[in-house]
Design a protein around this ligand. Structure first.
Ligand SMILES: C[S@@+](CC[C@H](N)C(=O)[O-])C[C@H]1O[C@@H](n2cnc3c(N)ncnc32)[C@H](O)[C@@H]1O
Length: 265
């Protein structure tokens, strides 16, 4: 994992080198459409308020839970006893990115959505808030964390989220076999090179030309940057968007050549 200083330097570099986020100079109509109608859509959707209220509740929840350590993302705190509020501060995707996921599922209408890394279910609920019918299959390793997420799904009255508990290494493959097709996936757990590439390869087997895969924290560490480079280079990948804290992968075959964009967000 990069130090705060290294990450800030990288972010500054991204910020200066990226396309300006207004779509100027972007010659791909697909990407221009994404920037205009999804990235820069500033409408307030009705799901935003209750989910952000739930996030606030988590940030004020000082209950201690017993948590199994899963993946690189948990490297900050070593003990197995953790305070919900502290975990909510460090591990949940900020509102800006979580709401972008929501706008993406709204715009592209994927039916079957897979999430690796439920935590307390904040991004799961955003992913499950699309206007068109969809089902979110979210995966979490820790029983205690999953119990909090389940309670949140019930409180917010979500019926289209199914949670699978257990190590991704054991749960992902059987889940995908059962689903047969994945239309959209958000990979937000175990930020290491090898597992990230494994999740990509597994998801790829169940993807089609319309599938969208999103990887969290692609610049978080050297390993994640290497994993992102491998994913970008894969022959089936036709378009990638680097938003620094998220990497978005498309397989759409309408584009005549592979393209990678770094977009300011
Ligand atoms: C960064 S959090 C997910 C945050 C969530 N997507 C959000 O923003 O609302 C990552 C979660 O993945 C889980 N996780 C990490 N590695 C895992 C693994 N190998 N198997 C199962 N769960 C894992 C952790 O327990 C943690 O709760």
């Amino acid at each position: 994992m990069y130090s705060k200083f290294q990450l800030t330097k990288k972010f500054l570099h991204y910020y200066l080198a990226s396309s300006n986020g207004k779509g100027h100079g972007i010659h791909s109509p697909f990407v221009f459409d994404f920037i205009k109608n999804v990235l820069n859509d500033s409408k307030t959707y009705s799901c935003y308020k209750p989910i952000e209220q739930k996030r606030k509740d988590l940030l004020r929840n000082f209950t201690i839970i017993e948590v199994e350590d899963f993946g690189a993302g948990s490297a900050v705190i070593k003990t197995n006893k953790r305070v919900i509020a502290n975990m909510a501060t460090t591990s949940l995707k900020p509102k800006k990115y979580a709401q972008l996921l929501c706008r993406m599922v709204n715009y592209y209408s994927p039916k079957t959505i897979v999430e690796l890394g439920t935590s307390f279910g904040i991004t799961s609920t955003y992913l499950a808030s699309a206007l068109s019918p969809s089902t979110v299959f979210t995966c979490e390793g820790s029983d205690a964390i999953a119990a909090v997420a389940k309670q949140n799904f019930d409180d917010l009255k979500f019926k289209n989220i199914h949670i699978t508990i257990g190590d991704f290494n054991k749960t992902l493959s059987p889940l995908l076999t059962r689903l047969k097709t994945v239309n959209f996936a958000f990979v937000d757990g175990n930020h290491l090179k090898k597992p990230t590439i494994t999740y990509f390869t597994e998801l790829l087997k169940y993807s089609n030309v319309n599938t969208i895969l999103i990887f969290d924290d692609i610049h978080w560490s050297i390993e994640m940057e290497e994993a992102w480079a491998v994913i970008k280079q894969h022959p089936t990948v036709t378009l990638t968007l680097d938003l620094f804290f998220l990497g978005i992968v498309f397989f759409n075959t309408d584009f005549n050549h592979k393209q990678h964009f770094t977009i300011r967000f």
